[in-house]
Design a protein around this ligand. Sequence first.
Ligand code: NAP
Length: 190
Amino acid sequence: MTRFVFNTAATLDGFLADPDHSLTWLFDVAGGTPDAPEHADHFGTFLEGIGVTVLGSSTYEWLLRETGALQDPAAWTDAISGKPAFLFTSRDLPVPDGADLTVVSGAVEDELEAIRARAGDRDVWLMGGGDLVGQFADAGSLDEIQVSVAPVTLGAGQPLLPRRLGADRLRLSGVEQRGQFAHLTYRVGA
Ligand SMILES: NC(=O)c1ccc[n+]([C@@H]2O[C@H](COP(=O)([O-])OP(=O)(O)OC[C@H]3O[C@@H](n4cnc5c(N)ncnc54)[C@H](OP(=O)(O)O)[C@@H]3O)[C@@H](O)[C@H]2O)c1
């Protein structure tokens, strides 16, 4: 059955990006990219189980900026790991030529059926940001959180998951050291 999985890197103090939406803090950590040896096999295995990705517009705009995918549409496929994607935005944002990107807006409940259909018998990768993932949690559609905690604190930035989920809803199901990162897996209950 399709699961909704939030998989991300975050700082020790719970941020996905700095206040300016920069990820330099992440790339400054040894092994701070998904293709680094300490992550590559795990990330490859994770991707094999993913049928579709979901992202918010700040994350999307970051990917466009970093990859230049509007100028080089082939770069989009790499940026999104070859998966179809659903983009949540209320704006009319540019889309790389040929990108398999479904642009949606509004309540996540209204999109769940379409997202599940694109996932097929695989899982949904919720890339972020944190509030969008929180909207899926609010809708009862967040099954697992995988977070690679970097040895960095920022003090401020874009939050990992700005919701209150108590210990009655989160169960730690995995702890692994991956180089300088602590990779934590939590099952999310109703
Ligand atoms: N550390 C990591 O591995 C990692 C992973 C993911 C993301 N990131 C970074 O973390 C930051 C996250 O930024 P963010 O917190 O602003 O989150 P985001 O989810 O990427 O973007 C938020 C924006 O998405 C749009 N949106 C969200 N929900 C919507 C809905 N239901 N309907 C329509 N539009 C909706 C809204 O913008 P508009 O409607 O104005 O477009 C909203 O302001 C980014 O800088 C990203 O690059 C880091």
